[in-house]
Design a protein. Structure first.
Length: 270
């Protein structure tokens, strides 16, 4: 029994390593990008409706009446959980997808920047501490996703091998429970990653303008205009003349590591 358990755990670890080259696809599948095939697209519609109802319930709880201290705490918790989800029209079928989409669609948009288009560029301007934090958080997310897939595979294999041995079905249940725990951990880390994305734009958005040699804005209105123009250029929609400022400002540190690859910022591209 001990040997069987050790073998299953070792197999899960090896499978997690084998999944590493397919990391982007592994994350996308758990996020809920299932529209390439009709059966999975239909399942996505059902799960999105479930996510929508949960979101509506959270909004009702966050705005509900406060009769005592417990109601106040529940209302505050519902409001916090609501901010970790995207708008109704941007919902994905899974909790992991919604946790990541919250950052993908709001981190830069608060300032007029498209997050999906600007993230690979602004990442190059972050400080050493921020770069290390982003990298470690992303690694934790990838590890949790790989473990989830590995334990799911172990569940399928063990169920196929032990279907006629009821006294060992607990192995299947244990593997499935481990997959659920890994998935829950991935959702928690994804929420933290989305929060860090917001911090990056709060602290480093002007360094992006300096790196592009664009003049810095003087107020909020001109800031949004500048970032709207930058976003248009990133998307290839602007061809007019642009005024540049080639001063002594530094374009920011160049890290050049894989963290600049927006593996969670894929949007419609793949």
């Amino acid at each position: 029994m001990v040997g069987t358990l050790v073998t299953l755990l070792a197999a899960a670890g090896v499978l997690a390593l084998l999944l590493q080259p397919f990391q982007v696809r592994a994350v996308r599948m758990l996020e809920g990008y299932w529209d390439r095939w009709r059966p999975t697209a239909g399942l996505a519609d059902v799960l999105i409706e479930i996510q929508r109802r949960r979101l509506v319930a959270l909004e009702e709880r966050a705005t509900g009446p406060v009769r005592n201290e417990a109601d106040r705490r529940m209302r505050a918790d519902a409001g916090r959980r609501r901010t970790a989800r995207p708008s109704v029209d941007a919902l994905l079928p899974t909790a992991l997808g919604n946790a990541l989409r919250t950052g993908e669609l709001s981190a830069g948009e608060r300032y007029g920047l498209s997050t999906l288009a600007s993230w690979p560029r602004i990442y190059m301007q972050v400080s050493d501490r921020m770069s290390d934090t982003l990298r470690s958080t992303r690694d934790a997310l990838d590890t949790a996703v790989n473990l989830c897939w590995s334990f799911l595979a172990v569940t399928v294999v063990s169920a196929s091998a032990l279907y006629d041995e009821p006294n060992r079905w607990w192995l299947c249940g244990g593997a499935l429970l481990s997959a659920g725990v890994s998935y829950k951990g991935a959702v928690t880390v994804a929420q933290a990653y989305s929060g860090l994305m917001h911090v990056v734009y709060d602290l480093h958005r002007f360094e992006l303008l300096e790196a592009l040699r664009h003049p810095l804005p003087s107020d909020g209105e001109s800031e949004r205009e500048a970032f709207a123009e930058v976003t248009a250029r990133f998307s290839g929609r602007v061809s007019g003349r642009v005024r540049y400022e080639h001063g002594e400002s530094c374009s920011g540190p160049d890290y050049g590591d894989e963290g600049a690859n927006p593996q969670h910022m894929h949007g419609d591209a793949d």
